[in-house]
Design a protein around this ligand. Structure first.
Ligand code: 0L1
Ligand code: MG
Length: 262
């Protein structure tokens, strides 16, 4: 690691203040060009500890930048991993207040819920499917704390991979009932289809993103516990939203889930 404990704590406080006050910042690698991957995840962990210290719970995990569409959109080359705090959760069809966010975007995701722990290294698609209780559709609202969504991978990891809000809904299904590679999604904004895709857009198979997450945690001596909700990553590029927008995700055989922005 290149950063000392005080610097990590200071950067975590800065990024979390930006989140809670809905104000943007320049990317942290501008001031700390030598920070490494462990520093980036240490800052993310320090933000997580700040939330827990205030009484929040961590209710899920996420993989991000798992599709070529998203990697191309953001100019990066590898997935990233983060977590979901309790107050990120939005009920099906409910309102998201844009005043609490900086520049929200939405993306369609396949959501996994596990029934057994997943451990890495060596976790693979088969292990993920065997450990999955059910899948369902979800919309992630991302809101990078970096100005104009301009960042590099280390900065975005420290910023908890732009995690902000999410909704899950539709129909739940065991993974054996759905071909997760060919399952189709249509994302609608104000009744107009704005993005289309299929599950294979996520690393060839969305369970591969969950396996990568388990392997990432395994390298840190952690695992994905049973009962964990996991966003496996945007299937399409992210779509910007504004007050007044209604977003609906249709997922083949899995119903639909929606959000309103006010
Ligand atoms: O969930 C995601 O794919 C977001 C990862 C972070 C990059 C971004 O803000 O688009
Ligand atoms: Mg996402």
């Amino acid at each position: 690691m290149k950063l000392d404990r005080d610097t990590i704590a200071k950067l975590a406080a800065h990024l979390e203040h930006c989140e809670l006050e809905a104000r943007d910042t320049h990317k942290i690698t501008d001031d700390h060009p030598d920070m490494d991957w462990d520093d980036a995840y240490a800052i993310q962990d320090a933000v997580r500890q700040r939330k827990i210290a205030r009484g929040h719970r961590i209710v899920g995990l996420k993989a991000g930048l798992t599709s070529h569409a998203k990697m191309k959109q953001m100019g990066v080359t590898a997935p990233v991993f983060g977590y979901l705090a309790d107050y990120f959760t939005v009920s099906e069809g409910a309102e998201v207040k844009c005043a609490e966010l900086i520049h929200p975007k939405v993306e369609p995701e396949i959501v996994f819920v596990t029934k057994a722990a997943l451990t890495g290294p060596g976790c693979h698609i088969g292990a993920v499917l065997a450990a999955t209780d059910f899948i369902m559709p979800g919309i992630e609202v991302i809101d990078s704390r970096y100005r104009d969504f301009k960042f590099d991978l280390k900065s975005v990891i420290a910023d908890n991979t732009s995690a902000s809000r999410y909704v899950v809904g539709g129909r739940i299904q065991p993974p054996s009932e759905v071909d997760l590679r060919t399952v189709g999604v249509v994302l609608e904004k104000n009744g107009v289809p704005v993005a289309f895709g299929a599950g294979a857009a996520v690393l060839g198979h969305p369970a591969a993103a969950v396996a990568m997450l388990a392997n990432h945690l395994g390298a840190r001596g952690q695992e994905i516990p049973a009962g964990t909700l996991i966003l496996s990553g945007g299937i399409t590029e992210a779509v910007a939203v504004a007050p007044g927008d209604h977003v609906n995700l249709r997922m083949q055989g899995l119903g639909s889930v929606s959000l309103r922005f006010v």
